[in-house]
Design a protein around this ligand. Sequence first.
Ligand code: SF4
Length: 190
Amino acid sequence: MEVSWNELNESIRACRLCPLAEGILNKVPGQGNANARLMLIGEGPGAEEDRQGLAFVGAAGQLLTRMLAAIGIKREEVFIANAVKCRPPGNRVPKSEETAACLPYLRAQAALIRPQVILLLGATALRAVLGQEKRITQCRGQWIVSKGVFILPTWHPAALLRDPSKKRDAWQDMRALRDKLAELPLKQAT
Ligand code: SF4
């Protein structure tokens, strides 16, 4: 049976399934359009996200907003979440057991949203969703279709801030994303 948004958000708020729950200021479940055509999945909350309880509100989030705007998508049209809902200490990469513990929440969110397209931002999101053996350097820019959902792995915006040479790939992926959304029929409102 599908859980409701309220039940899901309450479960995330109360969750202590992995050690990441210790020392955080806020859970960061993710936010956006609950009937979005496009779901974006990142790695985990950073300091600003932890403070505000919102995903992708720091520098990487601002870059992501500009990237979406460049292909005509507003932030409020999409749903944005992370592979883990709690900030890893010192912004370290979440461990595979932590992303595994948190994955049911992400799956439940996707089941409620029923996105047509999922953009996986970076290696952690890719491995959490598609398997620990996956490599972002090999999968980036390659469409994967799973249960009728089109999934595109791309660089995390934080990687673009660290290494601007990756922006060329990212722009290619954003154009592919725009074209995919244009070719798919519009979702029926629920
Ligand atoms: S990261 Fe996810 S699984 Fe771990 S405590 Fe936070 S909500 Fe629970």
